[in-house]
Ligand binder design. Sequence first.
Ligand code: NAD
Length: 378
Amino acid sequence: ITIAAPREPAPETRVALVPEVVAALVRPGHRVLVESGAGSAAHYPDDAYAAAGAELVSAVDLSAVDVLVHVTPLPPGALGRLREGAVTLGLAGPAQDRLEPANRRRVTMLAFEHLPRTSRAQAMDVLSSQALTAGYRAVLEAAVRLPRFFPLAMTAAGTVPPAKVVVLGVGVAGLQAIATARRLGAKVAANDIRPDSAEEVRSVGATFIDVGLDAEAGAGPGGYARSLADTAAERQQAALAPHVADADVLITTAAVPGRRAPRLVTASMVAAMRPGSVVVDLAAAGGGNVEGSRPGQDVAVPSSRGGGTVTVVGLASAPSDLPTDASRLFAKNVANVLALLTGDDGELIMPLEDDIVDGMALTHDGRARHGLDSSHDT
Ligand code: NAD
């Protein structure tokens, strides 16, 4: 089959295929087209793609492509230029304005956001692979802004205690944030509302902050969290407040699928932190876990303890800030989905009976699926 990766629109720096993955696709006989410069922002030069067996093109001829792989949501116009029955594979974003052009061309749109969270799907899970880069990056962003050490330093000039880091929301990003902060030598405490999270937190060497919720209060479908009732959310906030006030660094990653990010930290909780402390809100673009965080910006909040400010970082583009490895993982996820779409003779197949393909397919054969239509968002 013919697979193509376009150059992603700025400010995106990631790319959907990397040379190593191109080589693995070309080996069994697939044809791979890569738009010239597609990998340059992620530090994969055209030469490396060519050496791996890709054909470099100045613009992808969409009418000749079987599967168009991409990172950011495709513009609706691109869908209209694909050949009838082609497949797109990438992040679809809010897809409603793409359903009509996709259906007109009978394009099958496969959206990584809709991949089921099963163990078989883990190798294809873009949300997880990209959340990993976000959790790592969040800690580094905090570390460079913190006017203190992370690790314990025992020196001839005296002893410096380790930084105290609190992580709220312990999914893929939160666990990686804990691991990264621990590697830098910080003391880490964390909270999440899923019943399994206490054990997960302890297994990566952090202390679990027990906010005294009923075991099932935060358990939603598919192993995800659900929104807390108002009384439980208030109880959680009150229990977290002293931990937040005592933290040098606070990292928040809490999310509930399909919902605005839960507000876990109020402006007064931020103001109660010591001057110089740093907050990194990974949910800033999804509504914010922290009151007053702004996506892509640092906000200085006066500390009520006097003499300075708390820095609130709205981290919005963490995977794009780490484009080499974020792209490498993304491309591996892409290749693992492509394997499901390839028949024994190397032909393109669309096994909708497979729960992974079924979940990801937003459109197929001229129709929107999963109850989507142009009046619904995904
Ligand atoms: P996510 O990005 O949806 O949310 C991040 C974290 O925020 C979650 O752990 C969630 O429980 C937590 N959260 C939500 N509301 C909260 C609140 N009010 N207070 C505190 N924390 C709150 O999560 P994710 O990283 O995508 O992972 C969600 C779950 O799915 C985890 O159990 C994870 O291990 C699991 N998972 C499974 C697979 C797989 O099997 N393929 C892949 C990835 C993740």
